[in-house]
Ligand binder design. Structure first.
Ligand SMILES: [Zn+2]
Length: 163
């Protein structure tokens, strides 16, 4: 994805009040992020462990959402809705996002399972080790990256379109 600046990030949020956005803390290693290896930018707020954020390109524009951890602890048996990694144990977290606009202010939320610590981009880039002869690992990886982009953007679209 294209590199994001702290300013771009703060203006990208669609489902949070100005006060909530003002309280967002970026991850400590923000300056070291390798944007070329990411399909979306997700992180856990260093000061509020149950609050996370994801900034996802939607039609080329970064769109940020605030996510709240819905469950106390990560699960080992559920599947990430964004990268659909099938290897277990893979810890995933159930998040809920307030919808944008009036629907959200009325308490309307959408839920999703996402990899713990937002590892999806890392996971989809790993080449399959158990490949049969003739299996095109590189194109399989490209396809996984594409699907991750589609699914994460699809979730953002759900948050934005109050429905
Ligand atoms: Zn994932």
């Amino acid at each position: 994805m294209l590199p994001l600046t702290p300013e771009t990030i703060k203006t990208s949020f669609v489902n949070a009040s100005r006060k909530v956005v003002a309280d967002i803390t970026l991850p400590p290693r923000f300056a070291e992020v390798d944007w070329t290896e990411l399909d979306y930018f997700g992180w856990i707020d260093p000061k509020m462990k149950r609050r996370s954020y994801a900034v996802v390109p939607l039609d080329g524009e970064p769109v940020g959402i605030v996510l709240r951890q819905a469950d106390a602890s990560p699960h080992k048996r559920a599947q990430c809705s964004w990268c659909r990694d099938v290897r277990l144990p893979n810890e995933v977290v159930l998040y809920s996002a307030q919808r944008a606009g009036a629907a959200g202010r009325n308490g309307n939320t959408v839920a999703t399972w996402v990899c713990d610590e937002f590892q999806c981009s890392l996971i989809v880039r790993k080449l399959a080790s158990l490949a049969y002869i003739g299996f095109d690992v590189a194109s399989a990886r490209t396809e996984r990256i594409e699907m991750l982009r589609l699914r994460s953007a699809g979730f953002i679209a759900e948050v934005v379109n109050a429905g």
